[in-house]
Design a protein around this ligand. Structure first.
Ligand code: FAD
Length: 566
C-alpha cells in the first residue's frame, strides 16, 4: 500500500505529456485531471483539432451532419477552462528520448522545433489508413478518410468535379458508411472488395443479407477481387480503376478504405517493444516496455477476451476505456484492461449489422493454426418486437457457444430494427463469462413496441439451451447431404411448393402426429421449416416418439443466405 501512496504523491505532482488528442489521448487527459489537481498535463496534437468525432466523418461527407463544428467534441479552450489541461494543436511529436525523458516537438505552423520533459508519457497516436503501393495511387481524386481535413477535401472535390460515380475500395465499416452517404448525395457507388464478402468481422451468411440490401439500394458490389491499378480516365479528372481480374470501373472519385495500420513510428524510434501484428505491445495496465511510457487506442495490440490472442481493434470504445485506464494507473490506481471483444455495429441504408465476441471464421482459423476452441452454433430469426404491434422486423442472429459448458463465444446479428440492443446485452453476458442458460433466464424490459415477452436474446438462449440439453439438437444445412439422412420439411404445402430442399419430404406440422408410421426409425431425420420454430416442435414430437431427429438451425431463411453465397 505504501508503494501505491508514494506513487500517488509523485504522480500528483507529475508532468504528464500526451501524444495524440482525439479518442484515447483526450479521454486520458480528462481522466488524469479528475484524479489530480496538481499534475501538469499537456496534450500534443498534430492536426488542427483536438477531440473530434472521427466516427461522424462519413455523415459529414454525406451532409447528414452539416456543420464542421458539430464534429468538435471539445476545443483547446474548453480543455483549458474546464480541465486546466494545455492542448497544443498543430504540434507534431517527432521523437522520444527515453534517457532524458523528453520529447521533441515540431510546431507545424511555423516549423519551430523544441523539447519538453516528462515524468510520464502517454502515446495515443491512433492509426493511419493503409495506402497500398499500387500504380496511380497518388492520382488526384483518390482519398482516404481519417480526419476533418480529409472529409473537407472529399466534400470540395465532390462539388468541384460534380462527382456522379465513386469507387470505394474496401467493404469494411468506413467503406460501407461512406457508401450510404455518397449514395444519399446521388452518387452511384461501386464497392470493390478483395474478400468474398463485405463487413469482414461477421461470417459470410450474416453479411449476405447486407450485400443484397446494398444491391437493392443501387450499389454495385464487386467482391473477391483486388485493385491492380488506377489510371487517369479519358475525360478530364476521371479515374479508371482496374482490378486484378481485369475489370474496369470509371469514376470521378475513389475512397480507399482498406483498413488502418497502427501509428508506431514514435514507439519504434524510441525502441519500445512492438508486437507481431505491428502494434505497440502493452501490459493490461496499458504500460509499454518503458515503465514511464503508456500507450492506448488504435496504436496498441490488445488481447482478445475470448481467445487470448493478440489483436488490433481500431474502435473508439476500447480507445476511450484504455485512455481512462492509463490515467488511473499513472495516478496509482489498480485499473486494468480486460481485453477486447470486438463489439461493433454498422448501419448501411436501413440495415444494421452488429457483432461481439468471436466469429466462426476466426474459430476455423484457430483450428487450422492448431489452437482449436470447440464450438457449436445456432441461427434464429426472431422479431424485433411483438408481431401484433406495427413495424416489427426480422432479426437474423447467429450465436456461437461452447458445446460442453454453453459459454457464449460470440454473436452476430443483422436486421432493420433492434439489432444493436441484442448484441449489447449479449456483449455484457460474454464479458461476465455468461452461458446460453444465462440468456434463457435474462430478465429484459418488455412492452410490445420494444420486444417480446420472450425477447430475441431469451430465444437465442432457449434455442441453444434446447440443443445443449438434447431436447432439440441442432443440425445445419451442411449436414443434409451426409449419407443416411431423411430430410423432413414441416411447412405448409404452399410454402413447400414455392421452394424446398431437393430431397425433402413434406409433412406439414399439423399432420405429423398422424403420419409418424411413414417415417424411418433407422435413419436420422433432419427437420426444417421457415425459420426453425415449427421444426423445433416437430423435433420434439419425433424424439418423444422414439425417432432420432434434429432441427436444422435457422430453417429456410438461413438456407437462402447460404445458397446465395454459393
Ligand atoms: P485517434 O482518435 O485517431 O487519435 C490519434 C490522434 O493522434 C490523431 O488525431 C493524430 O493526428 C494524432 N497523432 C498521431 N501521431 C502524432 C504525433 N506524432 N504527434 C502529435 N499527434 C499525433 N470506431 C467505432 O467504434 N465506431 C465507429 O462508428 C467508428 N467510425 C469511424 C469512422 C471513421 C471515418 C474513422 C476514421 C474511424 C472510425 N472509428 C469508429 C474508429 C475510431 O475513431 C478509432 O478507433 C479511435 O478514434 C481511435 O482512437 P485513438 O485515440 O487511438 O486515435
Amino acid at each position: 500500500m505504501d508503494n501505491i501512496s508514494t506513487k500517488k504523491e509523485q504522480s500528483k505532482k507529475s508532468r504528464i505529456l500526451i501524444v495524440g488528442g482525439v479518442a484515447g489521448g483526450a479521454s486520458c487527459a480528462a481522466r488524469l485531471r479528475r484524479l489530480s489537481e496538481d499534475a501538469e498535463i499537456i496534450v500534443f496534437e498534430r492536426g488542427p483539432y483536438v477531440s473530434f468525432a472521427n466516427c461522424g466523418l462519413p455523415y459529414y461527407v454525406g451532409n447528414m451532419i452539416t456543420q464542421e463544428k458539430s464534429l468538435l467534441v471539445a476545443t483547446p479552450e474548453l480543455f483549458s477552462k474546464r480541465f486546466n489541461i494545455e492542448v497544443r494543436v498543430q504540434s507534431e511529436v517527432l521523437a522520444i528520448d527515453r534517457e532524458k525523458r523528453d520529447i521533441k516537438i515540431k510546431n507545424v505552423t511555423n516549423g519551430e522545433i523544441y523539447t519538453e520533459k516528462y515524468d510520464f508519457l502517454v502515446l495515443a497516436p491512433g492509426s493511419s489508413p493503409i495506402k497500398p503501393p499500387l500504380p496511380g495511387i497518388d492520382l488526384p481524386g483518390i482519398f482516404t478518410l481519417r480526419s476533418i481535413p480529409d472529409s473537407n477535401h472529399i466534400k470540395d472535390w465532390m462539388v468541384e468535379k460534380n462527382v456522379k460515380r465513386a469507387v470505394i475500395i474496401g467493404g469494411g465499416f468506413i467503406g460501407l458508411e461512406t457508401t450510404e452517404n455518397l449514395a444519399k448525395r446521388g452518387v452511384g457507388v461501386t464497392i470493390i472488395e478483395m474478400l468474398p464478402q463485405v463487413m469482414p468481422p461477421v461470417d459470410p451468411e450474416i453479411a449476405e443479407p447486407l450485400q443484397e440490401h446494398l444491391k437493392a439500394n443501387g450499389v454495385i458490389l464487386h467482391l473477391s477481387d483486388g485493385v491492380a491499378k488506377f489510371e487517369p480516365g479519358p475525360i478530364h479528372d476521371t479515374i479508371i480503376v482496374t482490378t486484378k481480374s481485369g475489370a474496369k470501373f470509371e469514376c470521378e472519385m475513389v475512397l480507399l478504405a482498406v483498413g488502418v495500420r497502427p501509428e508506431i513510428s514514435l514507439a519504434k524510434q524510441a525502441g519500445l517493444e512492438i508486437g507481431a501484428l505491428g502494434g505497440i505491445r502493452v501490459t493490461n495496465q496499458m504500460q509499454t516496455s518503458d515503465e514511464n511510457i503508456w500507450a492506448v487506442g488504435d496504436a496498441v495490440e490488445v488481447q482478445d477476451f475470448i481467445t487470448g490472442e493478440w489483436s488490433l481493434i481500431p474502435l473508439a470504445g476500447p480507445a476511450n476505456r484504455q485512455g481512462r485506464i492509463a490515467a488511473d494507473v499513472i495516478m496509482g490506481r489498480k485499473s486494468s484492461f480486460r481485453g477486447v471483444q470486438g463489439t461493433m455495429v454498422c448501419k448501411v441504408f436501413n440495415m444494421v449489422v452488429a457483432a461481439t465476441g468471436v466469429s466462426e471464421k476466426t474459430l476455423l482459423r484457430l483450428k487450422t493454426d492448431g489452437k482449436e476452441i470447440p464450438y457449436e452454433k445456432i441461427y434464429l430469426h426472431p422479431g424485433s418486437h411483438a408481431s401484433y404491434y406495427p413495424g416489427a422486423k426480422t432479426i437474423t442472429m447467429k450465436l456461437i457457444y461452447g458445446p460442453k459448458d454453453g459459454r457464449i463465444l460470440g454473436v452476430q446479428a443483422i436486421g432493420e430494427d433492434g439489432v444493436e440492443k441484442r448484441i449489447d446485452v449479449i456483449a455484457m453476458a460474454i464479458h461476465k463469462h455468461g452461458t446460453v442458460y444465462d440468456l434463457e433466464e435474462a430478465e429484459l424490459c418488455y412492452a410490445p413496441q420494444f420486444g417480446t415477452a420472450k425477447d430475441a436474446v431469451n430465444f437465442a438462449g432457449m434455442v441453444a439451451g434446447n440443443a445443449m440439453r438434447g431436447d432439440s439438437p441442432a443440425a445445419h444445412w451442411s449436414n443434409v447431404k451426409e449419407p443416411g439422412k431423411f430430410i423432413l420439411d414441416v411447412r405448409e404445402p404452399s410454402e413447400f411448393k414455392a421452394g424446398h430442399f431437393e430431397s425433402a419430404v413434406n409433412i406439414p406440422l399439423p399432420t405429423l402426429r398422424n403420419t409418424l408410421h411413414d417415417l424411418p426409425k433407422d435413419k436420422e431425420i433432419l427437420v426444417y421449416c421457415g425459420v426453425g420454430q415449427r421444426s423445433y416442435y416437430a423435433t420434439r414430437i419425433l424424439r418423444l416418439n422414439g425417432f432420432q431427429a434434429r432441427s436444422i438451425s435457422g430453417g429456410m431463411m438461413t438456407y437462402k443466405s447460404l445458397k446465395n453465397l454459393s
